[in-house]
Design a protein. Structure first.
Length: 475
C-alpha cells in the first residue's frame, strides 16, 4: 500500500528586493504626478497680479485664486483617500488626473474671474483625490522595507521640490510667455500620465469593501473646510477678524462632532483604533509641523528678499532653487539613513539639522551680502526638513494593512496640505504684530527675524515629539 503525503502549499513569491523595470516605470509615473500636484500649490503665487490685471479681479477677490484651491485640496483629502480604499485607488487616481488636466485647460482659457475660480476649485478637488491615491498606490506597489522607504524618499524629495519649483516656474512662465501657461503646462503632463499609468499600475483596493460613512465624511470635510477657510482669512485680515474666528471655531466644533460620530459608526471613515496607533497619530503631527515650518519659511524669505533687499519676484523665486536642491538631496539620503539607523533617528537628526540652519537665518542683515548666509542655510535646512518629511511618511504608513493604506495616506496628505495652508498665516501674523503695519526695510527685517525664531521653535517642538513618542520605533 502506497502512502500519500499532502502536497506542500505553494510558496508565495518573495517581494522584490530591487527595482524591476516595471517598478521603475510605476515609480516614475507616480513621482511625475506628485511633482505636478506639488507645483500647483505655488505656481500661481507670483502670477496673481498679472491674472488680476488680465481678467479684472478686484484686489479683495484676488486671494480667492489661491483660497479656492487650498480649501478643496485640504478639505476633501481625507474623504477621497477613504473613497479610494472603497472603489479602487487606481480608478480614483486616473479620474482625478483627468480632471486636473481638463481643469487646467479651462483655467488657461478662462475669459473671466468666475471661470477661473471654477477651474481652481476643480484643480483643488483633483489634488485632494490624486494625492492620497497616488501615495496609496506607491505604498501598495512597493513592499514595506527598503524599497518602500526609497520610493517614499524620492516622492518626498520631488513633492517638496515641486512646491519650491512652482514659485520659480510661475515667475519664468509669466515673464516669458503668459500666466495662462502656468495652467497649460499641466495638460501634456496629465495626458502622459493617463497614457502610461493604466499599462503599468495595477488596481489596488481591499477585498472587503465597507460602506461609506456619510455622516463622518460630511462632518470631517466641513471641519477641514472651516479650518482652512479660517486660516486663509487670518492670513489676509488677522486672527481676530470675525471670518477667521468663525471659520476656526466652526471647524473645531465640527472636529469634535466628527469624533463623536466615529465612536458610534459601525464602519467609521476613520477607525479610532487607527488614530490610537502612536506612529499614525504622532507621525502626522510631525508631518504637519514639517510642512508648516518649511513652506512658511519660503514666505518669510520671499518677504525679506523683496522688501528688505529689494529683489524682484523672479530673482527671489530663483534663489529658492538652492532650497529645492537641498530637499532633493534630503530625499535621496533619507532611505539610506533610515536603513542604517532608524526612522526615529532620522526624524530627530533631520529636525535638529533643520532647526540649526533655520536659527542661522536669525543673523540675516539688510544688505545683499546676506545671501552668502541665506543660500547655504536654506540648502542644509532643506536637507533636514526632507529627512523629517520622509521619516513622517514612513512612520505614518508603516505597520498598517493594505486595506488601510488609503486612509493612512489620506491622513498624511491632509497633514501635508493643512500644514502648507497653516504656515503662512501663522508667520504672517507674527510679522504683522512686530511691524505694526510698517513696511520699511528695517521693520520687515525685524518682523521676519522674530518669525524665524518662532519657526525654529516649532521645528524643535517636532524634535521633542519624535524623541519622546517615537524614539523606540525602528524600521
Amino acid at each position: 500500500m502506497t502512502s500519500t503525503q499532502p502536497l506542500p502549499a505553494p510558496a508565495q513569491a518573495a517581494p522584490p528586493q530591487h527595482l524591476t523595470g516595471r517598478l521603475k516605470v510605476v515609480l516614475a509615473v507616480l513621482l511625475v504626478a506628485q511633482f505636478m500636484l506639488a507645483v500647483d500649490f505655488s505656481i500661481l503665487n507670483v502670477a496673481l497680479p498679472d491674472i488680476g490685471d488680465s481678467l479684472g479681479f478686484s484686489l479683495a477677490n484676488l486671494q480667492w485664486i489661491a483660497t479656492a484651491f487650498a480649501l478643496c485640496a485640504a478639505g476633501f483629502t481625507l474623504f477621497f483617500g477613504r473613497i479610494g480604499d472603497l472603489i479602487g485607488r487606481r480608478r480614483i487616481f486616473l479620474g482625478s488626473i483627468a480632471l486636473l488636466g481638463v481643469a487646467s485647460l479651462v483655467g488657461g482659457l478662462a475669459p473671466n474671474p468666475e471661470i477661473l475660480i471654477i477651474a481652481r476649485v476643480a484643480q483643488g478637488l483633483a489634488t485632494a483625490a490624486a494625492t492620497p491615491a497616488g501615495l496609496a498606490l506607491l505604498t501598495t506597489s512597493f513592499p514595506e522595507g527598503p524599497l518602500r522607504q526609497k520610493a517614499l524618499g524620492l516622492n518626498g524629495a520631488l513633492m517638496s521640490a515641486g512646491f519650491t519649483a512652482g514659485a520659480v516656474l510661475g515667475g519664468v512662465l509669466t515673464d516669458v510667455l503668459s500666466w495662462r501657461w502656468a495652467f497649460f503646462i499641466n495638460v501634456p503632463v496629465a495626458l502622459a500620465v493617463l497614457l502610461v499609468a493604466p499599462t503599468v499600475i495595477a488596481e489596488s483596493r481591499p477585498a472587503d469593501r465597507p460602506k461609506v460613512d456619510l455622516p463622518g465624511a460630511l462632518t470631517v470635510t466641513l471641519a477641514l473646510l472651516g479650518i482652512v477657510y479660517g486660516l486663509t482669512q487670518a492670513g489676509e485680515h488677522g486672527w481676530t477678524h470675525p471670518l477667521a474666528m468663525a471659520g476656526l471655531l466652526g471647524g473645531a466644533v465640527l472636529l469634535a462632532l466628527f469624533h463623536l460620530v466615529e465612536r458610534r459608526a459601525v464602519q467609521p471613515l476613520v477607525p479610532l483604533d487607527v488614530l490610537r496607533k502612536r506612529t499614525v497619530a504622532w507621525g502626522n503631527v510631525l508631518g504637519l509641523l514639517a510642512f508648516v515650518t518649511e513652506t512658511s519659511l519660503v514666505y518669510l524669505l520671499t518677504l525679506y528678499m523683496q522688501k528688505t533687499l529689494g529683489f524682484s519676484a523672479l530673482a527671489a523665486g530663483l534663489a529658492f532653487g538652492v532650497l529645492g536642491l537641498g530637499t532633493v538631496a534630503g530625499g535621496l539620503l533619507a532611505s539610506r539613513m533610515i536603513a542604517r539607523t532608524s526612522t526615529s533617528a532620522v526624524l530627530i537628526g533631520g529636525g535638529l539639522l533643520q532647526a540649526a540652519f533655520t536659527a542661522v537665518l536669525l543673523l540675516l542683515g539688510d544688505t545683499p551680502a546676506a545671501m552668502g548666509l541665506l543660500l547655504p542655510a536654506t540648502f542644509l535646512g532643506g536637507v533636514g526638513n526632507m529627512l523629517v518629511i520622509v521619516g513622517f511618511m514612513v512612520t505614518a504608513t508603516t505597520g498598517l494593512p493594505d486595506r488601510e493604506q488609503g486612509l493612512a495616506t489620506g491622513l498624511a496628505s491632509m497633514s501635508q496640505q493643512v500644514g502648507i495652508t497653516m504656515g503662512t498665516p501663522i508667520m504672517s501674523s507674527i510679522v504683522t504684530a512686530v511691524t505694526g503695519g510698517a513696511v520699511t526695510a528695517a521693520a520687515i527685517l525685524d518682523g521676519v527675524t522674530v518669525a524665524i525664531a518662532a519657526n525654529t521653535g516649532l521645528v524643535l517642538l517636532g524634535v521633542l515629539i519624535a524623541a519622546v513618542f517615537l524614539r523606540t520605533r525602528r524600521t
